[in-house]
Design a protein around this ligand. Structure first.
Ligand code: ADP
Ligand code: MG
Length: 693
């Protein structure tokens, strides 16, 4: 046996020609290693094979046998049926495939198949028909009765037999696989060797073997990723160029005592954590998680004041122009009396060469103490003189690379604070934000009236808008949010109303005596700003909009949020949208209009009615939707998990995290080097972005 390099391209694998290679590439399998770690999606237990004479009508069963008498006929224009007789020595059954003409070329008399199908009566007396759901070719000596056989995630034309034979061939030619984890970790967690885990996961001899192998490989995966994140964290912590902020002095005390409110206990706790980080010599890398309106921005402002008091500059990056401007105005109002100079770096400034260059200069010679901006903050020309703190308000995105760009705007290593309102369940925080310290604001400021949420069927639209009219007549303002701005053909078929249509319907109809405006993503920033300004000044009563308003505008007089086709939005988005109202002293309402009949859709809208906390909502949503979609949405920039499941394997995730923490602190040098090497071999390419930070 010779040693096979697992980094080899998949085309060099025996049994894989150019065409199969293309099919495999499509599902991100490029190397031998990728192929080897394509884990079975499930296992078919050969014990479940039924003898043809024992088949039950109506049941889904698995049979194994030889085929003959293959025929095909066109029944109608759009229906072709292929039949084959199968015999297993006990009896015959009639196999039936619908509309799979291409199979005719692949099936021939004498082949041995394993078939999973639904058993039905047939036209022939005494002969049962099996409508094939899934089937596979078996080699002459391959007998699923001998054990448990793997079912791989199918891709294109590649069938189970190809995967099994090719995998078997590869494993047979492979020498014992090198161990990835140190012996001490294996011992501590009672793990089987990497080599046996890989071999058993593909060709297990028992259910217990599958469990053991899965446990080992899932632990492996979670441990390595946690190790990577913790390694990153440790590197920044050990950074010698960190900034040590001064203890709170007079400035921050007077800003605090001039706030129109007292901080909530959660805000105090989180601010203390931030203060500790800032005063320590290690660079701060902290995430503040808190629901919309929980008061994160105040903490951001106080932290910025703290950096200014220590003689540094602070930067605050918002996700949109509207938000940057809003923060700028708010901060200016509160901080101007304290002679803190605040600059704005957003399109309305950077559009003009002169203004832009003026701003750049003021940033470069510290005439601005605090700079608030959009992505304009990370443009080439921006150079800070003395940057001590960088805050990014990320709403939804995890922008590792962008954050890094902002950090590099200075020779020192500034403290970093990230704020997010994305309600990520606890377990996901560990994976997605595993390199950061996390603070949470759970309580809302006192006096908030809960927003009354109603999920209503489309048939109540008329009544709903009558209600909105009453609110407007009483001096309030309202939002109407719609999913799209234009019809596409396929959408038309589903009768989706566009923002434009709804706007014209409402502004010419029931609200014709009010000022209405339309806001959508294709407008120029300037137009958008103008409309938002008018809305803020209560010159517009009703704003029809696509989700551009999602990102945090603050109009306390708005008391109603109507969402059309609510079933089309994710819960996180619905929750964010709802957070636009309930910011003032008036009672507020969120009304979700939909005509969905789908059970899941309805269940989710009911969650909105019953749960007001974003984190609870996210946990419940997960239960309904399952993990897959949620994780996919997160755009986390981390490697996909191939076998572990952050939701099902919660305990394992915590165990792996703890273990990686201990290991990174107390592990012996050789073992740490071994893990580093494994990590880079497996994830090096994909993690590059994170490790270059
Ligand atoms: P977030 O950034 O988390 O969405 P903000 O910081 O914008 O929340 O706060 C939402 C609103 O609540 C703002 O109008 C803010 O002035 C107000 N607020 C914040 N903290 C408190 C508090 N402790 N007591 C009363 N009001 C508060
Ligand atoms: Mg510090």
């Amino acid at each position: 046996m010779h040693n096979i390099d697992l980094k080899n391209e998949i085309t060099y694998l025996k049994g894989v020609g150019p065409r199969r290679a293309v099919a495999l590439n499509k599902v991100n399998i490029f190397t031998f290693y990728d192929f080897l770690t394509l884990y079975p999606r499930q296992y078919e237990d050969a014990k479940n094979v039924t003898a043809i004479e024992d088949l039950t009508i109506g049941a889904t069963e698995i049979i194994v046998g030889y085929i003959s008498n293959i025929t095909s006929r066109k029944v109608r224009n759009n229906l072709t049926i292929i039949n084959a007789m199968m015999s297993d020595g006990t009896d015959h059954a009639l196999l039936t495939w619908f509309n799979q003409d291409y199979l005719l070329k692949k099936l021939s008399t004498g082949m041995k198949l394993v078939v999973k199908g639904k058993v039905d009566e047939s036209f022939y007396q005494n002969l049962l028909q099996v409508n094939v759901i899934e089937f596979d070719f078996l080699g002459e000596n391959e007998n699923p009765k001998l054990g448990i056989f793997p079912i791989y995630p199918l891709t294109g034309n590649l069938n189970q037999k190809f995967f099994r034979t090719t995998m078997r061939g590869l494993l047979d030619r492979l020498q014992t696989l090198k161990e990835i984890l140190p012996q001490s970790i294996l011992k501590k967690h009672d793990l089987i060797s990497y080599d046996s885990a890989i071999r058993s996961i593909h060709f297990p001899k028992s259910r217990d073997e599958i469990d053991e192998a899965r446990y080992r490989l899932a632990f492996n995966e979670l441990f390595l990723i946690q190790y990577g994140l913790l390694h990153l964290k440790k590197q920044t912590k050990d950074d010698e160029t960190g900034i040590q902020h001064k203890p709170n002095g007079e400035l921050i005390q007077s800003v605090l005592s001039n706030l129109p409110f007292e901080l909530t206990n959660d805000q105090k706790k989180v601010f203390d954590e931030v203060i500790n980080d800032m005063e320590s010599k290690e660079p701060m890398r902290r995430l503040i998680q808190g629901d919309v309106g929980s008061g994160k921005t105040v903490i951001a402002m106080l932290a910025l004041v703290k950096t200014v008091e220590s003689g540094y500059q602070g930067a605050f990056m918002a996700p949109t122009e509207i938000l940057a401007v809003q923060h700028f105005e708010k901060f200016t109002k509160i901080l101007e009396p304290f002679d803190i100079k605040i600059g704005l770096l957003a399109a309305q400034v950077t559009r003009y060469k002169k203004k832009r260059e003026e701003s750049y200069e003021k940033i470069a010679n510290q005439e601005f103490d605090i700079v608030i901006g959009t992505h304009a903050l990370i443009e080439e020309g921006v150079k800070f003189k003395n940057l001590g703190l960088v805050i990014t308000d990320e709403q939804h995105r995890f922008g590792v690379a962008q954050r890094a760009k902002l950090e590099k705007k200075t020779d020192l290593t500034p403290d970093i604070l990230i704020m997010t309102a994305t309600p990520i369940p606890r377990t996901m925080t560990l994976t997605v934000y595993g390199d950061l310290d996390v603070s949470q604001i759970k309580e809302l400021p006192p006096g908030r009236k809960p927003i009354k949420t109603f999920a209503r069927h489309k048939t109540s639209r008329e009544k709903i808008y009558q209600f909105v009219k009453k609110e407007l007549a009483a001096g309030r303002q309202a939002y109407v949010v719609c999913p799209l701005i234009e019809h596409s053909d396929s959408e038309k078929m589903q009768h989706i109303s566009s923002a434009e249509e709804i706007f014209s319907e409402l502004s010419n109809g029931i609200f014709k005596n009010f000022n209405c405006a339309l806001l959508h993503g294709r407008m120029k920033p300037k137009e958008k700003d103008q409309i938002m300004e008018l809305f803020r000044d209560n010159k517009i009563n009703l704003l029809v909009s696509t989700t551009v308003i999602e990102v945090g505008v603050d109009v306390p007089n708005a008391s109603v949020m109507v969402i059309e086709h609510a079933e089309r939005f994710g819960l996180a988005t619905l929750h964010q949208l709802r957070g636009r109202v309930g910011r003032g002293s008036e009672k507020s309402y969120c009304i979700l209009i939909s005509d969905t009949k789908a059970e899941i859709g309805r269940a989710r809208l009911n969650l909105m009615e019953n749960i007001s906390n974003g984190f609870e909502l996210a946990e419940e949503d997960l239960k309904i939707r399952g993990p897959g979609q949620f994780f996919g949405e997160a755009q986390h920039g981390l490697p996909d998990l191939k076998i572990a499941d952050v939701f099902k394997d919660v305990d394992l995730l915590f165990e792996a995290r703890r273990s990686a923490e201990e290991f990174i602190n107390d592990g012996i040098f050789e073992e740490i080097e071994q893990v580093k090497k494994s990590f880079m071999e497996i994830y090096g390419e994909k993690f590059k972005q994170i490790f270059e930070v």
